[in-house]
Write a protein that binds this ligand. Structure first.
Ligand code: SAM
Length: 200
């Protein structure tokens, strides 16, 4: 008897199905939901910058949390193709090579900087961790420049030898510092989230 190959996404799970049902473009939305529930990062009326925003789940959820009195701006290498509410927008761009006028379009200061950026993975955990760290350093640099005092930073990082150094650097820039692995993050994934709140 020949065995049938499973159809569709072999990684599909409870959260993937839930995201489809609730009309979010990716299951990653539940990581932001968990972060928000536990750490209350995004406030109504807040200005949120979402780095690595495609396909747009965090953008959508952040826009729900800020409500229309807030503003949510995303940037990603890939275009976001879903329909966003009027107070949310997505730009195509490389965070490490932004166009000179990006901040004129996006806004100068934010209350929250989110980074769910992830490199294209190679399967080599050291290479992937180094690439993830590189993106985190770029996100942290933006957070230092663009967060208003008291602001918050959430950054995905792949665990590797430099996580502690990066985490300590974030700790020194914020009053509150946490490391968090949401339940909805796959157990096999090496990702964790570094959270800083109350920027000095
Ligand atoms: C896990 S996805 C983000 C999912 C998103 N939070 C959501 O909920 O829809 C990671 C994203 O990081 C983006 N990315 C990776 N390197 C980037 C860079 N240098 N500049 C901007 N975006 C980048 C990728 O294109 C990818 O879309």
């Amino acid at each position: 008897m020949t065995r049938r190959r499973p159809r569709g996404n072999p990684w599909a799970d409870h959260y993937t199905r839930k995201a489809q049902k609730e009309r979010y473009p990716a299951r990653s939305v539940y990581k932001l939901q968990e972060i928000q529930k536990k750490h209350r990062i995004i406030a109504k009326g807040g200005r949120v910058l979402d780095l690595g925003c495609a396909p747009g789940s965090w953008l959508l959820h952040a826009a729900e949390l800020t409500g229309p009195s807030g503003r949510v701006v995303g940037v990603d290498l890939q275009a976001v193709t879903i329909t966003l509410p009027a107070h949310a927008e997505a730009h195509v761009g490389d965070l490490q090579a932004l166009e000179a006028d990006f901040w004129d379009k996006a806004g100068a200061l934010f209350d929250v900087v989110l980074s769910d950026m992830a490199p294209a993975t190679t399967g080599n955990k050291d290479v992937d961790a180094a690439r993830s760290l590189n993106l985190c350093e770029a996100a942290f640099s933006v957070a230092r420049e663009r967060l208003s005092p008291g602001g918050a930073f959430v950054c995905k990082i792949f665990q590797g030898e430099d996580v502690k150094r990066f985490s300590d650097a974030v700790r020194s820039a914020f009053k509150i510092h946490k490391i968090y692995k949401p339940q909805s993050s796959r157990k096999a994934s090496r990702e964790i989230y570094i959270i800083g709140a109350g920027k000095h």
